[in-house]
Design a protein around this ligand. Structure first.
Ligand SMILES: [Ca+2]
Ligand SMILES: [Ca+2]
Ligand SMILES: [Ca+2]
Ligand SMILES: [Ca+2]
Length: 376
């Protein structure tokens, strides 16, 4: 088409003068040149739908090469369109249109439905060493214009995926409308007077990436119910585990007092979910002293092992009946039990000496048995 309009050398000065006398504007016929660079009428938007597509591979051996997908090129908020042309460009390493005659068809509802026109004109050729271009256009006859519409179809295009990424690689391409190209190859619409309309181009983004499914659980909270526990009594350790991976997990959970196992447990967690279970530490057989409380969540092949364990400070194993942790059983301990007497353990967990959930006479009698004793 450019050749048709780049041979002015054959024109004599006389011819040009006569032409300029006969017409100030070219009569519309067939495929128009881009003859006017003004603001035009209307303000349409060319867009690609879907705007984004990811062709995700879940493991390196997934083969997406050869798969097909379609996009539509559409035009929105247009009026006075008698001719449209788009130049669409993409990276050939990722996508291609192997058979344009079969794989590029009119969109729906097509912009020129019921209007006499030239028919769809298509050409597919290299844009540069890495990119390929589809040039598509259609014009109406006799200055006929498409009625104003919110949205119309231009093209349906079937692309084929040409490459698979390896784990270290993502293949991506912008499917973009070229508007800064030389005259004749840019994207535009014209009205019946061959005036160019204002247009906005919304490109699409396409990516073929390798996505590894992972096992990853995390210990997000560890909470000891007591700060002081009587030797031979029990306390609770609440552990919260989150499944940050991609599989449903059967999680083994272990609470520790220093390096010793306090108790083991198990939680089943679906992808993205979180749950808390309560483990119990029976201090029978543990010598008096401070213990670091921690918990560990375990699944096979955890890809992020750093978040699987968590600590929660220290707990004192003391003389049974020592509620305030000063290593004796005296009036201060009795006073604390008395203060919360009849209340649930949550009011003052250390005072629920026998760990049965209530602060009552049983706790008081345990303290009474060791009243006056101390250690160290
Ligand atoms: Ca994690
Ligand atoms: Ca983890
Ligand atoms: Ca005490
Ligand atoms: Ca109790």
């Amino acid at each position: 088409m450019r050749n048709r309009f780049s041979k002015p050398f054959y024109f004599s000065l006389l011819t040009i003068t006569i032409l300029s006398l006969l017409t100030t504007r070219q009569a519309f016929s067939g495929f128009p040149p881009r003859s006017y660079d003004g603001p035009g009428i209307g303000a349409a938007t060319f867009y690609i739908t879907p705007q984004d597509s990811n062709f995700t591979s879940t493991k390196p051996t997934d083969n997406r090469t050869g798969e097909w997908f379609s996009i539509q090129v559409r035009i929105a908020n247009h009026s006075n369109v008698s001719s449209w042309q788009i130049q669409l460009i993409w990276k050939t390493g990722l996508l291609d249109i192997p058979y344009p005659l079969y794989n590029v068809t009119k969109g729906s509802p097509y912009i020129f439905t019921g209007i006499p026109s030239t028919g769809l004109s298509l050409s597919l050729d290299p844009f540069n060493g890495t990119h390929r271009r589809l040039l598509a256009s259609e014009s109406t006859y006799l200055a006929a214009e498409a009625p104003a519409a919110a949205d119309s179809g231009l093209l349906i295009i079937w692309f084929q995926i040409k490459s698979d990424p390896d784990p270290a690689q993502t293949l991506s391409t912008l499917l973009y409308f070229e508007e800064k190209a030389p005259v004749g190859h840019k994207t535009w619409t014209l009205d019946g007077s061959l005036e160019e309309n204002d247009c906005t181009m919304l490109d699409g983004y396409y990516e073929n990436k390798y996505f590894l499914l992972v096992h990853d659980v995390a210990m997000t909270n560890v909470m000891s119910s007591k700060t002081v526990v009587g030797q031979g009594e029990s306390m609770n350790i609440s552990v919260t585990v989150e499944n940050q991976g991609d599989y449903t997990e059967d999680v083994n959970v272990t609470a520790y007092a220093n390096a010793s196992i306090a108790q083991r447990g198990n939680i089943t967690l679906t992808k993205g979910s979180s749950a808390t279970i309560t483990l119990t530490w029976n201090t029978s057989g543990f010598v008096k002293g401070n213990y670091n409380i921690s918990a560990y969540a375990e699944v096979l092949d955890d890809t992020d092992p750093a978040d699987n364990s968590r600590a929660d400070g220290t707990v004192l194993v003391s003389l049974d009946g020592d509620v305030n942790g000063d290593k004796d059983v005296d009036g201060k301990d009795i006073a604390l039990i008395a203060k919360y007497f009849g209340k649930p353990a949550s009011y003052y967990p250390n005072a629920d000496i026998n760990n049965d959930g209530e602060i009552d006479g049983k706790d008081l009698s345990i303290a009474a048995k060791n009243f006056g004793k101390s250690w160290i």
